[in-house]
Design a protein around this ligand. Structure first.
Ligand code: DQA
Length: 148
């Protein structure tokens, strides 16, 4: 019997200041803009035959609302909460509502940086964390979710 395809989307959430990628501390976060990263992900999703939606917000509440709305329509979530990684119990609580693979991603290796970045409020509630591979981390996350 043919396997039924899961048409639910993979959602990629980018947190605060990631809209400034390209200009923002390129020696840490690289030279690629967020639009360029999203286009890369969209092309890969097409190749993998999966639907994808990308979303960026500088507001914690908007990110929480987006996570809440993914329930039922989302087959996997890739999230870089940016600075909110280190502070947001509210994002952690929202992620706990979901019953799908969740990949936490960071462009930089947060464990090699300032002490306040070494703590992630969500690391123990996500499926996996990718930290320090730059843009390649997003690619790895999408490929992993496609196989799950
Ligand atoms: C980041 C790391 C965070 O500490 C920082 O606040 C960011 C980006 C990363 O992708 O490396 O904005 O999540």
């Amino acid at each position: 019997m043919e396997k039924r395809k899961d048409r639910r989307k993979v959602i990629v959430i980018h947190g605060p200041n990631l809209n400034m990628l390209g200009k923002r501390e390129p020696e840490i976060y690289g030279k690629e803009t967020l639009d360029e990263i999203n286009v890369k992900l969209e092309k890969l999703a097409e190749k993998l035959d999966i639907d994808i939606e990308t979303f960026q917000s500088n507001y914690e509440g908007k990110i929480i609302e987006k996570i809440q709305k993914t329930s039922g329509i989302c087959r996997g979530l890739i999230i870089n909460p940016a600075a909110l990684t280190h502070t947001s119990i509210a994002i952690r609580d929202a992620l706990l509502l979901l019953d799908i693979p969740i990949i936490e991603i960071h462009l930089s290796n947060i464990y090699k940086r300032e002490a306040f970045r070494r703590k992630s409020m969500i690391a123990d509630v996500v499926t996996a964390q990718i930290s320090g591979f730059g843009v390649q981390g997003y690619i790895m996350a999408l490929e992993a979710i496609a196989k799950m």
